[in-house]
Design a protein around this ligand. Structure first.
Ligand SMILES: *Cc1c(COP(=O)(O)O)cnc(C)c1O
Length: 398
């Protein structure tokens, strides 16, 4: 095995193509898929030694680690500026590990209210059962964070860009407040992507991704990753993952590795499409609201400029006429596919109130700012002019 890991001097786009590559004796150009559960030991003594202490390039069992998965972890860590990473079977497995591994009964968690539904399940249903106290706050309100973090807490959790309102959390300020409360800061950076936002540089301790979204970027595999200090990954996440089993498959890791090679190009092109569509839709008569973090009238435009390189690949509309108006719009679209995924090369569209957030009460949806006319759009790689034509024509049907 030839180790092709690179020195730290290269830029992100270079690392995205090369970092972490481990070549076998065959000298393959493209990363190999080591589709193997186990690894052989040349002798009984070698097996004993490996179980006693695992060397750099040694593996025991794919639940613990695998060369293809390790390539992905090292490449993700290099791109994020993290010391280490652990890949998981899905984004939710990453959230589950990052939240559950460090918490004990009696610990207190402060989290933003606008969370992915499954994240709320882990906090409010699962962890609460084991005696973890959870307080939810309005993520966009620094005063609410300050009040909640005036008492000690063990962990703070939020999405850097909330779904589907695209509200931002002030990562630097909340991390500072969390430090004062003694809390570990865990950020779900899935919507913003590591291309446009760097939570670790702003003071966060742990970053997680659903790699299912922009990292794969072509709608094929589930995956997740936890990125943090070596101490946290090896001390907390590795034992939890080894012994609970939601490890990433080598095949999925390979798909994600190839995804990383083009992540920067894709995210920037998709974000440029979102910017073009936002520009074309400004002041549109069929829209009650147009939300894109890069717009000058975005309520947190200053914060967006400070902590994101660009407004991102996601755009949310509030179509006039409520649910009926939104449904007419969705059904009239030809290029945008109705689905609940995001971050794909194909442009995708979701009606949150009746799908991803269907289970919430009207009052809960209203508290999160999710209106009946709200439509979440994930911009793909198609021609910007075609996307604008499709959306403006479909709005004509409203
Ligand atoms: C999709 C998503 C998840 C869950 O990821 P899966 O890969 O579907 O398990 C978590 N957080 C955010 C923000 C997501 O968009």
């Amino acid at each position: 095995m030839v180790d092709d890991r690179m020195a730290g001097e290269w830029k992100a786009r270079t690392k995205a193509v090369h970092e972490g590559t481990r070549r076998s004796g065959y000298g393959e150009v493209s990363e190999a898929i080591f589709l193997t559960q186990g690894f052989v030991y040349p002798s009984a003594e070698a097996a004993e030694a490996r179980f006693r202490e695992l060397g750099e390039d040694e593996f025991i069992y794919a639940r613990y680690g695998n060369p293809t998965v390790r390539m992905l972890e090292e490449r993700m860590a290099a791109l994020e500026g993290a010391e280490d990473a652990f890949a998981t079977a899905s984004g939710m497995a990453a959230v589950h590990a990052a939240l559950t591994a460090p918490l004990r009964a009696g610990d207190r968690v402060v989290a933003a209210r606008a969370l992915f539904g499954s994240c709320l399940y882990i906090l409010n249903d699962l962890l609460a059962r084991f005696g973890v106290e959870v307080e939810l706050v309005d993520g966009a309100d620094n005063a609410a964070w300050r009040a909640a973090l005036s008492r000690p807490a063990k962990l703070v959790f939020f999405e850097s860009v909330a779904n589907p309102t695209l509200e931002l959390v002030d990562i630097a300020e909340v991390s500072r407040l969390a430090r004062g409360a003694g809390a570990l800061v865990v950020v779900d950076n899935t919507f913003a992507t590591g291309v446009l936002s760097r939570p670790l540089a702003l003071g966060a301790d742990v970053v997680i991704y659903s790699a299912t979204k922009h990292v794969d970027g072509q709608g094929r595999c589930l995956g997740g990753v936890v990125l943090a200090s070596r101490d946290f990954i090896r001390g907390e996440i590795e034992p939890f993952m080894k012994h609970t089993g939601a490890s990433m498959s080598p095949f999925s890791a390979w798909v994600m590795l190839k995804g990383l090679e083009t992540l920067d190009l894709r995210v920037r092109a998709q974000a440029a499409n979102a910017e073009a569509l936002a520009g074309a839709l400004r002041g549109h008569e069929k829209l009650a609201r147009l939300i894109w973090p890069g717009l000058a009238d975005f309520p947190q435009a200053d914060l967006a400029a400070r902590q994101m390189d660009h407004g991102g690949t996601m755009l949310t509309l509030d179509v006039k006429g409520g649910k009926a108006g939104a449904f007419r719009f969705l059904n009239a679209l030809r290029l945008f596919t109705i689905t609940n995924n995001l971050g794909d090369a194909k442009s995708l569209v979701t009606h949150p109130a009746t799908t991803t957030h269907q289970r919430l009460s009207d009052a809960e949806r209203a508290a999160l700012g999710i209106t009946p006319g709200m439509v979440r759009m994930s911009l793909g790689l198609e021609d910007a002019g075609d996307l604008i034509a499709d959306v403006t024509r479909a709005l004509g049907a409203v």
